[in-house]
Write a protein that binds this ligand. Structure first.
Ligand code: GLU
Length: 469
C-alpha cells in the first residue's frame, strides 16, 4: 500500500485559529493513524500579508497542541525557482500564456460579461497572441472551455464543475510570484502529497487545481473537503463567538489534549463517545466518520471537556504547566510529590488550569490572608477553643494518616460538644483563608502536621489580637 502523505499549509497572515488547527489535526491524525507522513508547509508568497511573527505563532500553537511534522517546514518563498520551472513547462506545452491586458481593460471585460448575464470572467484576449515575457505581463492558465471537471471528494462525494464556469486564471503575477492554486499544486506534486484534507471554503479551487494536475501530467491526490466550523448562530466562526486563537486557549488554562479532542469531535464522530485520549484518537481516526454538516463551536462543551481531561490526566502531567501559573500568583512551587498531592485535591474541582492555580495558591502561601467576610462569620472568640484543642490532639498523634486526623476531629467534637461543621469552617479559614476549598481532611493530609499546627496557631493569634482591639 502506498504511504499516506498529508500536509498542513497555513498562510502566515495571523495566529493559528481553531478552524485552521482542526484542519491540521485531521491531516496529522490521518497520517499518524495510517503510519504515513505529515508535512508542514508555510504558504508565504503573499509578502505583504505574511509575517515572521505569524510563522512563529503558528509553530508555537502546533507545538503546544502536540502536532509534530515529519518533513518541513517548507517555505514557499524559498521555492520560487521550482514554481518558475513548472510554469515554464506549462508555457512550453501551450497550457499557459503571457497576458498584458491592463486593469482598465480587465475591468471593462468583467462589466461586459456581467451585463450580458454571465460571470465576470477573463475573455481569453491574449490566449492566442503568442506574447513573450514583458515587465507587466502575467501568466494565465489556458483552461479548457468545454467539458466538466469532477471532484471526487472523500467527504462530499462527486461534485461536477462545468469548465465553462472557469476562466483562464492567473498562475503567475507580473513580479514572477506564483498564485495560490499553482503553487499548491506544484508543492503537492513535488512533495508527493497523496491526501489533501482542507476546509470546504477551498472547494471552488479544486477543479482549477485538478486541471493544473492534468496539464502537468501528474496523478491527483485524494481530496477531502471538511465542512467549516461555525459559531452557535451558524455563521462562520469569528471573534464574536469567543477566543479564536489556539494559544488563547492555552493561556486560559486549557489542556492541549482537551482542545485537540474537542476540535476533532467537531466534525468527526465515533459513536456517541465524547472523551478521547490522544492515543485513542490516533487509533480510531479515519476519514469515513468525518461529518457532512458544519461543526458548531460550543465554548461550554469545550470547557466541560477540559474539566474531564484535567480529571483524567496524571497529576505529574499537570505539574509542568501549573508551575508558571502558580508563580504568577506569587507561589514558588517545584515539580515533585508535594505538588502532585496538591493537584490530586483539585483535579476534580477545576475546569481549567487557572482555576486549579487559584485553588492551589493557599498551599504555598507563607502567610494566609483571611477573607474578611469569612473572618466576621467564623473567627469568633468561641472559635479559639476548638482550634486550640485540635492543635493539642494533633500534637499528641504519632501518625498523621487520614484516620488519625478524623479521630482528632472526633475528639474535639466530643470535648466541645460542637458539630463537625462548626469546627471545620474556622479550621478551613485558618488553613486556606477561604470558605471554599478541597476537603478539609485532604488539605490537612497534604500540608502535614507541622504546617497545619503553625497555621492553626497563627489563626488563634489573629483572632485573639482582633478580639483585643
Ligand atoms: N494556504 C491555504 C490556506 O491557509 C492552504 C489551503 C490548502 O490546503 O490548499 O487556506
Amino acid at each position: 500500500m502506498t504511504k499516506i502523505i498529508t500536509r498542513f499549509p497555513p498562510s502566515p497572515t495571523g495566529y493559528l485559529h481553531v478552524g485552521g488547527a482542526r484542519t491540521a489535526i485531521f491531516n496529522w491524525l490521518y497520517a499518524r493513524h495510517m503510519k504515513g507522513d505529515f508535512i508542514l508547509r508555510i504558504e508565504d508568497t503573499d509578502t505583504e500579508r505574511s509575517t515572521q511573527a505569524s510563522v512563529d505563532a503558528i509553530f508555537e500553537a502546533l507545538k503546544w497542541l502536540g502536532i509534530d511534522w515529519d518533513d518541513g517546514p517548507f517555505f514557499q518563498s524559498k521555492r520560487l525557482h521550482i514554481y518558475q520551472e513548472y510554469i515554464q513547462k506549462l508555457i512550453d506545452s501551450g497550457d499557459a500564456y503571457y497576458c498584458t491586458c491592463s486593469p482598465e481593460k480587465l475591468d471593462a471585460m468583467r462589466k461586459k460579461a456581467v451585463a450580458s448575464g454571465g460571470k465576470p470572467k477573463y475573455d481569453g484576449t491574449c490566449r492566442n497572441r503568442g506574447l513573450s515575457k514583458t515587465e507587466d505581463a502575467v501568466i494565465r492558465f489556458a483552461a479548457p472551455v468545454t467539458g466538466t471537471t469532477i471532484v471526487d471528494d472523500m467527504i462530499k462525494g462527486k461534485i461536477v464543475f462545468q469548465n465553462s464556469e472557469l476562466d483562464d486564471f492567473i498562475i503567475s503575477r507580473s513580479n514572477g510570484t506564483p498564485t495560490y492554486n499553482i503553487a499548491v499544486v506544484i508543492d503537492d506534486i513535488t512533495m508527493n502529497i497523496n491526501t489533501v484534507i482542507r476546509g470546504d471554503d477551498h472547494l471552488n479551487n479544486t477543479p482549477k487545481q485538478i486541471l493544473l494536475y492534468n496539464a502537468l501530467e501528474s496523478p491527483l491526490p485524494a481530496f477531502g473537503h471538511v465542512p467549516m466550523v461555525l459559531g452557535n448562530d451558524r455563521t462562520r466562526l469569528s471573534k464574536r463567538h469567543g477566543a479564536m486563537s489556539v494559544t488563547a486557549y492555552r493561556d486560559m488554562g486549557y489542556l492541549p489534549d482537551a482542545l485537540l479532542n474537542y476540535l476533532v469531535r467537531l466534525g468527526w464522530s465515533y459513536g456517541d463517545q465524547e472523551f478521547f485520549t490522544r492515543d485513542e484518537l490516533i487509533e480510531k481516526f479515519t476519514l469515513k466518520n468525518i461529518g457532512r454538516s458544519a461543526g458548531i463551536f460550543n465554548k461550554d462543551k469545550l470547557l466541560a471537556l477540559n474539566a474531564d481531561h484535567i480529571k483524567a490526566a496524571p497529576p505529574s502531567q499537570l505539574s509542568k504547566p501549573l508551575i508558571p501559573l502558580l508563580k504568577e500568583r506569587g507561589c514558588d512551587a517545584g515539580e515533585g510529590l508535594f505538588l502532585e498531592n496538591v493537584i490530586k485535591t483539585l483535579n476534580t474541582r477545576s475546569k481549567t488550569l487557572l482555576d486549579m492555580a487559584d485553588g492551589a495558591a493557599f498551599y504555598f502561601q507563607k502567610t494566609i490572608s483571611y477573607d474578611e467576610k469569612a473572618v466576621k462569620k467564623f473567627f469568633k472568640s468561641s472559635s479559639i477553643k476548638p482550634l486550640y484543642l485540635l492543635i493539642k490532639q494533633f500534637n499528641e498523634l504519632d501518625g498523621f494518616e487520614e484516620k488519625d486526623i478524623e479521630n482528632a476531629f472526633k475528639a474535639v467534637m466530643e470535648l466541645t460538644v460542637l458539630k463537625l461543621g462548626k469546627i471545620a469552617q474556622p479550621v478551613r479559614l485558618a488553613l486556606t483563608g477561604k470558605t471554599v476549598s478541597p476537603g478539609i481532611f485532604e488539605i490537612i493530609g497534604v500540608l502535614g502536621k507541622k504546617e497545619i499546627v503553625s497555621r492553626l496557631n497563627n489563626a488563634i493569634k489573629f483572632i485573639s489580637e482582633r478580639e483585643n482591639q
